[in-house]
Design a binder for this molecule. Structure first.
Ligand code: ARG
Length: 287
């Protein structure tokens, strides 16, 4: 047998999209008027009109990809209600609602709870601990990755496991700019019985122990750079093939292409002034 003719076979995995259902909230009342994360500066001008246009383009991107977008009516005085992902985690039709850390956002939780009930969801649990839903909870298809450090209470992780009936792995966030898990990590391809999940993340957003956990669980993950994280590039939405992502995240966009994904760059300049990107505005309704 020869050692000289070592062949490197590069096979690009075929990335298969699956059709999704999302819940979004038009940023008709979007402003930055309080400070609950380091991105928010009430003295920076924000255009609500531009936020609506950027949000609409994002929604139309999902629809053009064949996904269904449900909407909830925005409420005046709740400028962060656009970030629907913070208000519920839905897996197999079971809903775990939200409990916000900041009093400025607390009213959002019940508005979304009512949306779920009106939409016919029967298994709706409201958390007793601070739980900012998909802001800190990421479903890989196999396990629920659960962030803590700034918003979601670690005790909420056990509550999520019980309410949703899925195994939870706790992850420690350590950089205040990346105050939610969904600005530091994105699930690109969900696990199946025969294939591991594929994710991208920004290692420096996590504690040393958590970095080792992530390396162990996801040895083939895409590692994001400082610049990817700093434009909220990880706050992306994937259907298994198409990835809606902040347009400035050029390194991550190139990595996604190299891994067989189709990036769909979007402009999120206005929502980023509140610390949000595509994923924050997109709650996934699973089952
Ligand atoms: N201003 C909002 C907050 O700080 C932004 C939330 C963004 N949502 C997210 N899933 N990261 O609560």
């Amino acid at each position: 047998m020869t050692t000289a003719s070592t062949q490197v076979v590069l096979s690009l995995t075929e990335r298969m999209p699956t059709t999704r259902r999302y819940l979004m909230c038009e940023p008709r009342h979007f402003t930055v008027e309080y400070v609950i994360n380091p991105w928010m500066d009430p003295t920076t001008p924000v255009s609500t009109e531009l936020a609506v246009a950027q949000w609409t383009a994002m929604k139309e991107t999902y629809e053009s990809l064949g996904h269904t977008v449900e909407t909830i009516e925005p409420v005046d005085g709740l400028p962060d209600m656009v970030f629907s992902a913070n208000s519920g985690t839905v897996i197999d039709g079971r809903v775990l609602g939200a409990r916000f850390r900041a009093p400025q956002r607390s009213a959002e939780a019940d508005l979304y709870r009512r949306w779920f009930l009106d939409a016919g969801y029967r298994d709706v649990t409201m958390p007793s601990r601070v739980n900012e839903a998909e802001g800190d909870l990421a479903w890989t298809g196999q396990i629920l990755l659960a962030g803590t450090g700034y918003r979601t209470d670690p005790a909420a992780h056990a509550e999520a496991q019980e309410a949703l009936g899925v195994p939870v792995v706790s992850l420690q966030l350590v950089d205040p700019r990346y105050y939610h898990l969904d600005v530091a990590l994105v699930v690109l391809t969900e696990a199946t019985p025969t294939r591991q999940a594929h994710i991208a993340y920004y290692p420096e957003a996590f504690s040393p122990g958590t970095q080792r956990v992530l390396a162990r669980l996801f040895p083939d993950a895409i590692l994001a750079t400082d610049a990817d994280a700093a434009c909220l590039g990880l706050n992306a939405v994937s259907d298994g093939r198409n990835v809606v992502i902040a347009q400035e995240s050029t390194h991550l966009i190139a990595e996604l292409r190299a891994h067989g994904y189709t990036p769909h760059p979007v402009d999120i300049s206005e929502l980023r002034k509140s610390g949000g990107g595509p994923k924050c505005c997109t709650m996934e309704l699973r089952g």
